[in-house]
Design a protein around this ligand. Structure first.
Ligand code: UD1
Ligand code: UDP
Length: 370
């Protein structure tokens, strides 16, 4: 009898995490059947469709089409629309990645129906409950039956919260599985990308955390910092749709003439964005995934946040936290740019960030099969 797996994805970072698991399960058709549900939390072509193509993910079997809304609206709608799908497919496991609203909503529906939940990227904690993701992580982990952690700090956090040790499996980082597989393809696109955007030595920026972009004063400080840094080095900023909307409110949707070297562009596909990370002199971000990818690539990264749920990116990587003020950002960028980019001699990559995390997940699922 095959074990039936139902994956739930919804937002951009979910696609990179689920892709290697779908691939690894597909290699064992005698053991596993699988189905992919997209909640529709992210729906723009450049926030969703492009990743299915580039990551070679099968098209979702179902799209719940929930779109944008408040946290309560989004979570409740996913739950309502997901329940009948779950009752119909009757999987043995629901697999949820990460920490977005789609993750928690799907896990909650499954747990209430007595369907076992496997959480991929479990155990990460920023210890900052003002972040919506921290609430999603805490609750999803509490109701999950298998918890796959990307780093050992995740295991420690879960054990401290009273999760049984036999549910916790340290498997490594699935996002890095995707990076390892697709880096050569991304590199092949670099010459074209470099020419298109006239890139030489540059700062790559991504920002979408409510704490950075929803407050107009903070966002204005960040934009002022980019303007100042832009006088010294080219800046390219693929703008997340949340951020695009907020920039329009403070009237810097398009670069001003005073900040000539700042290119605001649409969100990029995975391959182009990966190539841009790999060749950046410096990355400024508040993204969870980007902190991890720069760590793997050894590209210096400034994270515009007071904390991170991914401490290994600091202890094993080249990540540094920085306050979201003009002065702090400019000073940190100048300092990082003065330091030569690490070559050869670099800290070892975090344990099990080796491109094989999904295979380990599949082995654990197999051991837990009926
Ligand atoms: C969500 C996740 C966040 C994750 C991020 C990755 C939650 C609570 N937040 O944040 O953890 O880091 O995705 O990118 O789940 N929008 C569009 N088109 C889209 C998607 C969004 O225009 O395809 C705009 C809408 O105005 C929407 C806003 O972006 O209201 C925010 O989208 P939402 O999914 O609620 O949160 P994100 O900020 O994307
Ligand atoms: N990413 C992308 N295009 C972009 C910006 C980011 O493909 O323009 C990728 C990035 O390489 C990483 C993932 O999106 O794989 C991170 O997602 P995001 O920053 O949206 O969410 P977070 O990781 O913060 O939850």
């Amino acid at each position: 009898m095959t074990t039936r797996i139902l994956h739930v994805v919804g937002a951009r970072p979910n696609f990179m995490k689920v892709a290697p698991i779908v691939r690894a399960l597909a290699q064992q058709p005698a053991h596993f059947g699988q189905m992919l549900v997209h909640t529709g939390q992210h729906y723009d072509a450049n926030m969703s469709d492009i990743f299915f193509k580039e990551l070679e993910l099968p098209a979702p079997d179902v799209n719940l089409g929930i779109g944008s809304g408040s946290h309560a609206q989004q979570t409740a709608q996913i739950m309502q629309r997901f329940e009948p799908i779950l009752l119909d497919y009757r999987p043995d496991w629901v697999v949820v990645p990460g920490d977005v609203n789609s993750t928690l909503a799907a896990a909650l529906v499954a747990a209430k129906l007595g369907v076992k939940v496997a959480h991929v990227e479990a155990g990460l904690r920023s210890f900052d409950r003002t972040m919506p993701e921290e609430i999603n992580r805490l609750l999803t982990d509490q109701i999950s039956d298998l918890l796959f952690t990307p780093s050992r700090d995740g295991d420690e956090n879960l054990l401290r919260e009273g999760i049984a040790a036999d549910k916790i499996h340290f498997v490594g980082n699935v996002m890095i599985d995707t990076l390892v597989r697709l880096l050569p393809k991304a590199e092949a696109r670099w010459p074209h990308l470099q020419a298109t955007h006239h890139l030489d030595r540059y700062l790559l920026v991504t920002l979408h955390r409510p704490s950075n972009v929803d407050d107009p004063n903070t966002l204005a400080e960040i934009m002022a910092a980019l303007g100042e840094i832009g006088q010294e080095i080219d800046v390219i900023f693929p703008v997340h749709p949340r951020t695009r909307a907020r920039l329009a409110q403070i009237e810097v949707a398009e670069p001003k003439s005073s900040i000539q070297n700042l290119q605001l562009v649409e969100p990029l596909g995975y391959l182009d964005f990966l190539a841009m990370q790999a060749h950046a002199a410096l990355v400024l971000t508040d993204s969870g995934g980007v902190q991890e990818e720069t760590t793997y690539l050894g590209v210096p990264c400034l994270t515009a946040r007071p904390n991170t749920e991914r401490p290994v990116t600091i202890t094993h990587g080249v990540n540094r936290l920085v306050a979201s003020t003009q002065t702090a950002l400019v000073e940190a960028a100048r300092q990082a740019l003065r330091q030569a980019r690490p070559t050869g001699q670099r800290a070892p990559r975090p344990e099990l960030w080796d491109g094989h995390a999904a295979e380990r997940i599949v082995e654990v699922l197999k051991r837990h099969s009926v």
